[in-house]
Design a protein. Structure first.
Ligand SMILES: Nc1ncnc2c1ncn2[C@@H]1O[C@H](COP(=O)(O)OP(=O)(O)OP(=O)(O)O)[C@@H](O)[C@H]1O
Ligand SMILES: [Mg+2]
Length: 423
């Protein structure tokens, strides 16, 4: 009996499925998490170099007062050829080593569940890791290398939205046939496919002719968080502060590059360079918003970017269920209580939504079908909970075509359902 794992290594969350005896089960990967079918794709290295993953990593990071190194959105770095790895407390980790730590943990959980070693895996990948073909190939190679380091010997890749479509297919009755538009809105990427699906038993060894089009865009949950940081929170860290450069009389804005870096919390430690620190000290001497520059120094020094972004993400998620939310955050003498309305969230993210819309329209056009010829729209991924994302589809396809399934596990389920295509 062959057992194959399906692993959805996501930007925010990872999940595991088991293909065994022709059927697929999504199984628990993190008992300490609220939803044990998901493991946060994060790593934490404590100062004494113990490595934690998932919810444990978050708990330990917070307990240690953010003293060690915390990493998230590692998937985002896979296509980044200028990032090959990093040193953590004197030990060098290549990017595939970092990913391998997470995959190894998930593999061990799966093996404990099935009670034997498993060497085969179907891994999900976004439709586009990068629009640059060379970088895209690098990303997949790195992911494959990570899977090898984690102990897998047979490794296959499946596009994430195709996997979601196959999960949808598993819910159809024999004989039912549909053309479905899949939208998978995650943390790092939004991926789309138009695919023909059929219920019941048939030869599933080659599905290429059923995939009518594929596409993706690098705009998803993380980008929405960054945008909220830029428009609603960056002012607490000097976005509008001015200063007088040495020997000059006229006011100058603080460099936008500093504020941009703040908008991706995992890049904030990059501001620890000697030159940047020196510049911030100079700014502080003459600035018209000294408290903000002090907060800027503190966020760089004390590494509380992660906690701040959790507060932002929480408010964003609340806006999916209500009209209004408040970003609340306290740290030392910084106290943020910033209201944000749903309409405002949509306005500040207008450009992000436009990029998503353009990609949806392109994927529909590439399929050679009109929206009317598409039977069903199925949205998945955490970011698909944003009402405006759902509206983009209602506007194009009508409300009655939406059939949304398990937001967080349809991709991993479909990776398990992909096994017969490869084995
Ligand atoms: N209720 C909600 N409203 C808005 N966004 C949400 C909600 N719940 C979760 N999210 C967002 O969904 C994202 C995570 O979704 P998901 O787990 O599908 O991503 P992922 O699979 O890890 O990422 P990717 O597929 O891009 O690699 C995060 O950005 C999170 O903030
Ligand atoms: Mg995903």
């Amino acid at each position: 009996m062959q057992i194959v794992f399906g692993i959805d290594f996501g930007t925010t969350n990872s999940a595991l499925s088991v293909f065994r005896n022709g059927s697929v089960d999504v199984i628990s990967v993190d008992d300490t998490a609220q939803d044990n079918q998901l493991m946060r794709s994060v790593l934490y290295f404590s100062e004494d170099n113990e490595i934690f993953t998932g919810n444990e990593a978050i708990r330990q990071y917070v307990e240690d007062g953010a003293a060690g190194r915390f990493m998230q959105s590692i998937k985002t770095f896979l296509p980044n050829t200028s990032f090959t790895g990093t040193e953590v407390f004197g030990t060098r980790y290549e990017i595939d080593d970092l990913v391998a730590i997470i995959l190894k943990k998930i593999k061990a959980r799966g093996e404990a569940h099935v009670g034997c070693p498993v060497e085969s895996v179907v891994l999900g990948r976004p439709v586009v890791f990068s629009t640059d073909a060379a970088k895209d190939a690098v990303a997949e190679q790195r992911l494959e290398k990570a899977a090898r380091k984690a102990g897998f010997k047979n490794i296959w890749f499946q596009y994430e939205p195709v996997a979601a479509a196959l999960a949808f297919e598993d819910t159809l009755h024999a004989g039912q046939e549909r053309v479905v538009f899949i939208g998978d809105f995650g943390g790092g990427t939004s991926d789309f496919s138009v695919i023909r699906v059929k219920g019941g038993a048939f030869d599933r060894s080659d599905r290429r002719s059923d995939v009518l089009s594929l596409g993706g865009v690098y705009v998803a949950g993380d980008k929405f968080d960054s945008q909220v940081m830029w428009d609603k929170v960056a002012q607490y860290f000097g976005r509008y502060a001015r200063y007088k450069p040495m020997g000059k009389e006229e006011w100058q804005d603080i460099p936008a590059s500093i504020v941009y870096t703040l908008c991706q919390w995992h890049r904030i430690p990059l501001l620890r360079g000697r030159k940047t620190r020196e510049l911030i000290r100079v700014i502080k001497r003459t600035t018209d918003d000294r408290p903000a520059i002090e907060h800027l120094e503190n966020i760089i020094e004390d590494n509380f970017g992660f906690a701040l972004f959790q507060a932002i993400e929480k408010a964003k998620c609340e806006l999916s269920d209500g009209e209004m939310a408040t970003i609340r955050f306290t740290e030392c003498d910084l106290s943020i209580s910033e209201g944000i309305e749903k309409g405002e969230f949509e306005t500040i993210n207008a450009q992000n939504f436009r990029k998503i819309e353009a990609c949806i329209d392109e994927v529909v056009a590439q399929s050679g079908l009109t929206p009317a010829q598409i039977d069903t729209v199925s949205l998945t991924g955490g970011t698909s909970k944003i009402p405006h994302i759902q509206k983009l589809f209602a506007d194009r396809f009508g409300l009655d075509k939406s059939e949304n399934r398990d937001v967080f596990t349809s991709v991993v389920h479909g990776l398990g359902s992909s096994v017969p295509l490869f084995v």
